[in-house]
Design a protein around this ligand. Sequence first.
Ligand code: IPE
Ligand code: IPE
Ligand code: MG
Length: 258
Amino acid sequence: MTALPKHIAIIMDGNGRWATEKGLARSEGHLAGAKTVELVIKECLRHKIPHLSLYAFSTENWNRPKEEVSYLFELFCQFVEKELPLMQEEGIRFSMIGDKTELPENAQISLQNAVERTKNGGSLELTLALNYSGTSEILHAVRQSAAQILTDGETLHTIQDLAHNSEALAAYLASLFDKQHYTEQNLRNNLYLPSLPDPDLIIRTSGELRLSNFYLLQAAYAEFYFTDTYWPDFSAQDFEKALIAYQNRKRRFGKIDA
Ligand code: IPE
Ligand code: IPE
Ligand code: MG
């Protein structure tokens, strides 16, 4: 039997359909979904799962009606402010992935406050993906790692030395990004949270069978668990079922069974 996952990532989907099918506004679905977040955090604490990532807002979600987008950000802030005492009490370390600079200013302030106030938490790292996409994270990592390498003191020195020899300069610049010098580690060191291990288990609710741009690189060896249940209806029993399904998987990582 496979040991419990160390990192669970969840694509929380189906809030809108849950509400629409009940004749409610989509916002009611998001509000009900926030309750499920509380429940899943408690389940992770109970099972001593050290990392939980929640996909809350993708870079593509900006294409929703303005009212829904602003409601969601209000809800994220309210949620984080409301949960702050519990997070501090339980030793939860709150973190965020995604491009923060594009978030509404009040959201940036309240989310950053939660990051600061929980930074010493050691029980569960709770990562909220906001204005996140795997594509933009990889692009960010490529840009940042390239900039780091090119602006490094030693690099600049060598560039100056070779300034009058364009052939040698071109060869030197190309060598900075060859197999020996530029590795997977260079890229990984520049992901939003380099210390966060890759997810072992990715759960998606609501019956959709896709990643929708979540953790593209980090999902390389994740196990997937899909359920038709809408996120607001996702229960402790559903969580348990996902854990059991995971424990029955055989993870080979390219090797053969011993
Ligand atoms: C997930 O629920 C929440 C977010 C994407 C913010 P949806 O809002 O996508 O719900 P459906 O998929 O429309 O039912
Ligand atoms: C994925 O859900 C993003 C989040 C859960 C935040 P969507 O509902 O936006 O995904 P698509 O559009 O159905 O792929
Ligand atoms: Mg959806």
